[in-house]
Design a protein. Structure first.
Length: 198
């Protein structure tokens, strides 16, 4: 005996093995992919709770976007000016790909953990080519700069670049304010209807 439903055609033909199995399969849901570029550098006077609040609110936002049937792609960006006579030094690292399940733990470490800058990006720069590593170290990793959409690889269109994290930003003062700011941005992206909209 096997199967979860009757194959009516086989049953009417007198076939004794007329049950069929329903095999679950993945069905691709067509949704929008939202790309976020999160600046990972910040002034050393930035309170740790602001970093955590911003990162946790972003994680909640991403979980809501995925729950709504869309995809997210998260990039961490390091942009700093190391010399007055040169442009900023910048690099990006993909934290979450749109084609993989949302790993909230990895996301929270990359955007909400106050030590991620030292653990993630200092390791990236120090492991890079010797000239760049020496330049950044000599400049004490430079003066933080906002990330730009052009920092991302070619082919990524219309990314949302999170604001550079200033020590006195009001939207990150507490978790409720950070979540409210992200909810507003989520509605602005057109992925959900704002509260009260019919």
């Amino acid at each position: 005996m096997t199967g979860s439903e009757v194959d009516i055609g086989a049953y009417l033909a007198g076939e004794p093995e007329c049950m069929v199995d329903s095999v679950p399969r993945r069905v691709s849901r067509q949704g929008k992919v939202v790309t976020f570029l999160i600046p990972s550098v910040y002034d050393h006077t930035t309170p740790h709770d602001r970093i955590r609040n911003r990162g946790l609110a972003l994680a909640a936002l991403c979980a809501a976007i995925v729950e709504a049937g869309h995809g997210v792609e998260i990039w961490s960006g390091f942009t700093a000016r190391v010399r007055r006579d040169a442009g900023p030094c910048s690099a990006v690292a993909r934290v979450i790909s749109s084609g993989e399940p949302l790993d909230v733990g990895r996301l929270i470490f990359a955007v909400a953990h106050p030590a991620m800058l030292r653990r993630l990006w200092f390791a990236v720069w120090d492991g890079g080519d010797a000239e760049t590593a020496a330049l950044l170290k000599a400049a004490q990793y430079g003066i933080p700069q906002p990330c730009r959409p052009s920092d991302l690889p070619d082919g990524i269109t219309d990314p949302y670049v999170f604001p550079y994290l200033e020590p006195d930003d009001p939207q990150w003062r507490d978790l409720d304010t950070a979540l409210a700011w992200c909810r507003g941005m989520f509605a602005d992206l057109g992925l959900i209807q704002p509260r009260g909209a019919g």
